[in-house]
Write a protein that binds this ligand. Structure first.
Ligand code: C2O
Ligand code: CU
Ligand code: CU
Length: 567
């Protein structure tokens, strides 16, 4: 039982606008090693004949889909032309703090920011959006959000749908709030208009075969409980940061703000028919933004939540119209996908705890302010310091009445337990956002590798943009402790040869066990990274450009860094 609620709302808003299905907008793609992004003002018609002021990247609304390959070095120019200070953050990517685009990397109006990074991540669906403290919701809601699709050899070797716009589609799910002049509101609970890729009442022509959807919850607050008409099953193949070990068959998928899931729908038997992607929000338990009442129970009707016709209602997200299959259609999925090797809990160096509490108990617990370990966000305060190379368990407890999707920069993590229970298969892969329900404790594990910076922090925060803007965010630095005497002794045992070199670099660590070798160029970008686990290795470096590089060798007992010349 569901109805086209968004249609109802539009006609309420706009009076006599005729109901019509709109073809889904598919953002253009951008790739290559030099990427120019201009953040600009625009306009967009969410409602026929009504002009809404928007922000977009290289266009009126949303941002181009960036196609990156693992191992690429990418140089960006991000030019800010919106007349307001902003930042640009690469959500989910493992990059150094100075290139991460957090609240400290401001781009004042009419200036450019030039981050650069090597793509170290696994194939998955990431995204990018502004991150200026206090106005992230405004900038994202007005249109600043784009996909980043990373490809790698492991994913490429699988028979999966991957032709962008044909059998592989990005779907940015957002609800937005509009004022009576059809202008976008932020920091509000009136987000009653559902849209996908900035298209209200969208429809999409799909071929009668396996089709892949990279679903992003890009909403400020609303969670979706995704399913198909008639409870038809679909398969999830990837979580936030990579492919799952095997496809997971689902009829419902909970997707909270910031999270991504790659799903595959089999349209083979539906040629000539239509089927809807639906949010079954009537099935939500309380305690989540999107349910009938967001508080833990009916006696907690949080101030300012109702009324919103989407709350607790089932509504259509997107209508699929199924047509003829393409040539070379994918008709079955591989039974196994990627090697998912969760970090062993026994290797953790430390457990760090985080507790969410409302600032004023019992009052206005919907929009915050919420505290993390008693703190509200302060640019000048670093609450947590992580040692480079450390493996940590983060234990997160929610002592508030509403669920919070918790996000950590720098790392992909593995969920260990929810209230002591191991996660379901579709949450067992790489994640960078995890929903923490009221009164729940979630434990996850991550390794903080490659990037240390004593000055520029990484963020952790609730990805409900209202909560984040209201201070539900903290920051941590990763530091590389200085070499001790013992480590210098280790360093003397490790030999690199030949140097200068051309095609191969040999490393002999004597009696030391080499864990990993990292090669950086002189601007500090990580160009190559390899795991070793032996005392000797020989690296093929023939595809690296001539020049000077820094090679960092991590052994079980210490680290050595040496300059090499490739000629
Ligand atoms: Cu999607 Cu800190 O952000
Ligand atoms: Cu992020
Ligand atoms: Cu929150």
């Amino acid at each position: 039982m569901y109805m086209k609620l968004s249609t109802l709302i539009i006609s309420m808003l706009a009076g006599a606008i005729a109901y019509g299905q709109n073809p889904l907008f598919i953002p253009d793609t951008l790739s290559g090693s030099n990427i120019n992004l201009t953040i600009q003002n625009g306009t967009h018609q969410f409602f026929t004949g009504q002009v809404t002021n928007t922000y977009g990247v290289n266009g009126n609304i949303l941002a181009p889909t960036l196609l990156l390959n693992q191992g690429d070095s990418v140089y960006f120019t991000v030019n800010n032309q919106i007349g307001d200070t902003t930042t640009m953050h690469w959500h989910g990517l493992h990059v150094s703090p100075e290139n991460d685009g957090g609240p400290h990397s401001i781009i004042p109006p009419n200036t450019s920011w030039s981050p650069k990074f090597g793509v170290l991540d696994k194939a998955a669906t990431y995204w990018y959006h502004p991150h200026l403290h206090g106005i992230t919701d405004e900038h994202v809601s007005k249109g600043l959000a784009g996909f980043i699709l990373v490809r790698d050899a492991e994913e490429q070797a699988l028979a999966l749908p991957r032709t962008y716009g044909i059998d592989d589609f990005p779907l940015a799910l957002q609800t937005k709030a509009f004022d009576t002049n059809y202008q976008i509101l932020s920091h509000t609970n009136s987000d009653s208009i559902m849209m996908v890729n900035a298209t209200v009442d969208p429809m999409l022509d799909v071929p009668a075969q396996m089709v892949r959807f990279r679903v992003l919850n890009g909403s400020s607050q609303r969670a979706f409980y995704i399913g198909l008409t008639g409870n038809q099953p679909f398969q999830q193949i990837a979580s936030d940061g990579g492919l799952l070990a095997a496809p997971v068959t689902l009829t419902r998928l909970l997707l909270t703000p910031g999270e991504r899931a790659e799903i595959v729908i089999d349209f083979s038997s539906l040629n000539g028919q239509s089927i809807d992607l639906i949010s079954y929000a009537s099935e939500f338990l309380n305690g989540i933004y999107g349910s009938a009442a967001p508080g833990m129970n009916a006696s907690m009707p949080l101030t300012g939540y109702n009324p919103n016709p989407l709350n607790g209602a089932d509504f259509t997200i997107l209508q699929y119209n199924v047509g003829a299959p393409t040539t070379n259609a994918i008709t079955t999925l591989p039974s196994t996908l990627a090697a998912v090797v969760p970090i062993d809990e026994n290797t953790a160096d430390k457990t760090r705890t985080f507790t969410f509490t409302p600032m004023s108990p019992g009052f206005n617990q919907l929009n915050g302010h919420f505290l993390i370990n008693g703190n509200s966000f302060d640019h000048m305060v670093i609450t947590d310091t992580v040692l480079l190379g450390a493996t940590e368990i983060w234990e997160v407890t929610n002592q508030s009445a509403i669920s919070h999707p918790f996000h950590v920069h720098d790392v992909q993590f593995y969920i260990l337990t929810r209230d002591g229970v191991a996660p379901p298969a579709n949450e067992a892969g790489r994640k960078d956002v995890v929903l923490v329900k009221p009164q729940e404790t979630v434990r996850f594990i991550a390794k903080f590798e490659d990037f240390a910076d004593e000055n520029i922090p990484y963020m952790f925060h609730c990805h409900l943009l209202t909560h984040e803007d209201n201070g539900m965010m903290g920051q941590f630095i990763v530091i590389d402790p200085p070499l001790g005497l013992e480590e210098n002794l280790i360093s003397n045992k490790i030999k690199l040869y030949p140097n200068p070199t051309k095609n191969r670099l040999n490393i002999n660590a004597g009696t030391e066990n080499i864990k990993s070798v990292l090669i950086y160029n002189l601007t500090g970008e990580l160009i190559l990274k390899t795991k070793v686990n032996k005392n000797k290795t020989s690296l093929n470096i023939s595809n690296l450009a001539n020049g000077v590089y820094l090679v960092k060798i991590n052994t079980v007992n210490g680290t050595k860094t040496e300059k090499i010349i490739i000629q």
